[in-house]
Every structure is written in structure tokens, then in C-alpha cells.
Design a protein around this ligand. Structure first.
Ligand code: NAD
Ligand code: WQD
Length: 338
């Protein structure tokens, strides 16, 4: 298949590009590099030994996107393009709604006009909200989000579902990711957050390399075995392979399907700290601090549906995730910047 990756230069998109190419598919990337850079694509090309057609295009720009669709006919789209920082979304809700909703609407319009009927969407466990108890099943009613970022995912799921209801040719797969971490084992592509990281693993690796003084564990008094929050961390290469299965599955059916991509196994923040220390034979400077507003104590998937429907399950363990995150950080202390 030929797959267009909207936002394909980003963390998950770049890893998915590698997996798709390894599985024998072709990829085309569009990205405005709002949170990424062309160097990520160059590294994917070096890893796969394949030249990837790529375009600096804002997915909200309908004419520019249409020109790419005309020039590069594709069978399927994976929609990664979006702003994703939870805290920033509280500060700049309009920018988040504008970018995330508009990219989705524009993609749907341009797909329809170019007779592309398959879309795989990067959704998030955040749409389950606080009402649902883990393990989280796809059959659960969506919950109340705690921030504009989460609401954009919630709304985009609704928009894509309504579009599929109206257009019986459309095949929509809503992938709900849990907590992607890790990097390609080569250490040449990985997560490259701008400024101070919001997410746990980049903060851990930047602390280990000395860019941050100390990791603050947000809350040690949760009702969990060690008092710190539980999450479903998944290796980004497993996640990428899940996308390969999803685009192949999208070809075989119509309508909407929701699929969790997680491991189904929760780990605490302290589990991550200790696993990172052990896998990489180092000591992390950390302290227990106050809770972070909006954090849930526990969030993990039931991962059965992905296994049944896609024939996919995560293969890599926590040690792999910690080793590969550190390998990327060590080789690229400043991310993609030289
Ligand atoms: P990322 O920021 O690394 O990748 C997103 C990419 O989209 C970036 O390359 C960015 O430049 C691009 N982009 C943003 N707006 C665009 C626009 N208008 N036009 C063209 N390109 C645009 O993020 P990621 O971690 O790779 O996440 C990919 C998707 O998965 C996002 O939609 C994110 O919300 C979702 N998601 C991520 C996580 C996570 O923890 N990383 C979890 C759940 C869902
Ligand atoms: C993980 C755990 C923190 C940083 C977010 C989004 C979610 C999804 C994935 C996109 C939590 C703790 C963190 C730190 C810490 N993104 N932590 N110290 O919050 O589970 O999910 O990213 O869809 O929507 O909300 O991920 O990596 O920020 O936090 O103790 O410096 O690590 O409290 O328990 P989260 P995270």
C-alpha cells in the first residue's frame, strides 16, 4: 500500500514510517515541522535506504494538501498531525482547537475529493476521561476530558465517526494510544521535545544526561502500591508496528473501529525510575514532589481487541523501552539539532 503520513516527521510518525517501509509499504510524508524537523525524515531514509517523498505543508492548507494528493496518489492516510502538549493546550485552547480540528476536517475533505477512503487516526487514552476505571475497554463510553488537548481528540473521534456514518465507503480506525516511550534501537530517531519536557521519559533521560538537575515525581500519595501513578507505557516501535497492522486492516472493512494500543500492563513512576537505572546501569537524581493537576492515579488498557482484530500485541518490555530511550538520548543529547 501507499500511505500518506500527515505529521509523519514527528516522534510516532517517523517510527511508523520505518515500520511501514520494512513491511513493504510506501510512504509519503506531509508535515509543517511545527514540532519536528526534516532531519527526522533524513534519518528514516538512512535507516531504510529508501527516499521518501516529503512535503513541507500545513495540513490545514487545503490547496497545498490537495496538490500533494494529486501528485502522490495514496491508498490510506495516517493522521498524526496535531499539537499535543497538555499544559500548552490550557494556555492556548483556540490554537489547539484550530490546528487539531482543522487538520482533521481538511484531511477528510481532500481525501473525499481524491477518492481516498481509509484513515487511521492518532487518538489517545485521554478520551476515556476520569469516569472510567482501568483496565480501559474500547466499549466504554467516552468520558470528560480535563484539558483542551484531550477535548480535541474527543471531538476529532466524533467528527471521523460522523463522516464514516455518512459516507459508507469510508474506513476509519481510531487508535487510542496509551503512553509511548522508547526509540528506534539504532538510536538515530526518537522523541525530541522542545524546551522543558512535559512527559516522564524525556524528563528522565534529560536528567540522566545532566540537562535537568532532578526529576520530580508528581505525587507519592496516590492510592497505588507505591503511591505513584500507574500508566501503560508502550515502546514506540511496538506502536509503529500496530499502525502497519491498522492500515492493512483498514483496507478490509468499512465504518469506524476503535482500538487501544497499549500493553495492558501498568507500571508506576517509580517502576520507570528504577527500571531506567537498572537497564542503563546509572543513578537518577529524583525527588517526590506534589501531585500535578489533572493527573489520574491509574490509566491502563485492556489490549485484547488489538490482538483479536489486528493480530498485534506489544513485544518489547520495560527494559527495552528504558534502554532504547537512553540510547537515543546519549547519541543525540540535543535531539536532532547538531
Ligand atoms: P509529534 O509532535 O512528534 O508529531 C506530530 C507532528 O505533526 C509533528 O511533526 C508536527 O510538526 C506535525 N504537525 C502538527 N500540526 C501540523 C499541521 N497543521 N500540518 C502539518 N503537520 C503538523 O507528536 P507524536 O508524539 O508523534 O504524536 C503524534 C500524534 O499522536 C499526535 O496527534 C498526538 O496528539 C497523538 N498522541 C501522542 C501521544 C504521545 O504521548 N506521544 C499519545 C496519544 C496520542
Ligand atoms: C506519566 C506519569 C506523571 C513527568 C500524557 C497525556 C496523554 C497522552 C500521553 C497524548 C504521570 C508522571 C511526569 C514528570 C512525573 N498524550 N510524571 N514527573 O500524563 O500519562 O499522559 O501523555 O495523547 O493525553 O496526558 O504522561 O508522561 O506526562 O506522565 O512524575 O516530570 O509520569 O504524573 O503519572 P500522561 P506523562
Amino acid at each position: 500500500m501507499r500511505v500518506l503520513l500527515a505529521g509523519g516527521a514527528g516522534y510516532i510518525g517517523s517510527h511508523t514510517a520505518v515500520s511501514l517501509i520494512e513491511a513493504g509499504h510506501e510512504v509519503v510524508i506531509v508535515d509543517n515541522y511545527d514540532n519536528s524537523c526534516p532531519e527526522a525524515i533524513a534519518r528514516v531514509e538512512a535507516l531504510t535506504n529508501i527516499q521518501i517523498p516529503h512535503y513541507e505543508v500545513d495540513v490545514k492548507d487545503k490547496a497545498a494538501l490537495d496538490a500533494v494528493f494529486k501528485k502522490e496518489p495514496v491508498d490510506c492516510v495516517i493522521h498524526f498531525a496535531g499539537l499535543k502538549a497538555v499544559g500548552e493546550s490550557v494556555e492556548k485552547p483556540v490554537a489547539y482547537y484550530r490546528n487539531n480540528i482543522d487538520t482533521t476536517l481538511t484531511l477528510l475533505e481532500v481525501m473525499k475529493e481524491n477518492h481516498v477512503n481509509q484513515i487511521v487516526f492518532s487518538s489517545s487514552a485521554t478520551v476515556y476521561g476520569a469516569e472510567n476505571a482501568s483496565p480501559l475497554y474500547e466499549t466504554m463510553k467516552k468520558g470528560t476530558c480535563t484539558n483542551p488537548y484531550g477535548w480535541t481528540k474527543w471531538m476529532m473521534e466524533q467528527i471521523l465517526s460522523d463522516a464514516a456514518y455518512a459516507d459508507k465507503d469510508l474506513s476509519v480506525i481510531l487508535l487510542r494510544y496509551f503512553n509511548p516511550i522508547g526509540a528506534h534501537p539504532s538510536g538515530t530517531i526518537g522523541e525530541d521535545p522542545q524546551g522543558i519536557p512535559n512527559n516522564l521519559m524525556p524528563y528522565v533521560s534529560q536528567t540522566a544526561i545532566g540537562k535537568r538537575e532532578c526529576l520530580t515525581v508528581f505525587g507519592g500519595d496516590y492510592d497505588t502500591p507505591d503511591g505513584t501513578c500507574l500508566r501503560d507505557y508502550i515502546h514506540v516501535c511496538d506502536l509503529a508496528e500496530g499502525h502497519v497492522k491498522a492500515v492493512e486492516y483498514a483496507q478490509t472493512r468499512k465504518g469506524v473501529d476503535i482500538i487501544n494500543l497499549g500493553t495492558g500492563t501498568p507500571y508506576s513512576v517509580l517502576d520507570i525510575v528504577h527500571a531506567f537505572e537498572k537497564a542503563n546501569n546509572l543513578k537518577l537524581n529524583y525527588k517526590i514532589g506534589p501531585r500535578r493537576e489533572g493527573d489520574l492515579a491509574v490509566c491502563f488498557s485492556n489490549a485484547d481487541k488489538a490482538k483479536e482484530v489486528l493480530g498485534w500485541q506489544a513485544k518489547r518490555n520495560l527494559e527495552d523501552m528504558c534502554r532504547d530511550s537512553w540510547n537515543w538520548q546519549k547519541q543525540n543529547p540535543n535531539g536532532y539539532k547538531k
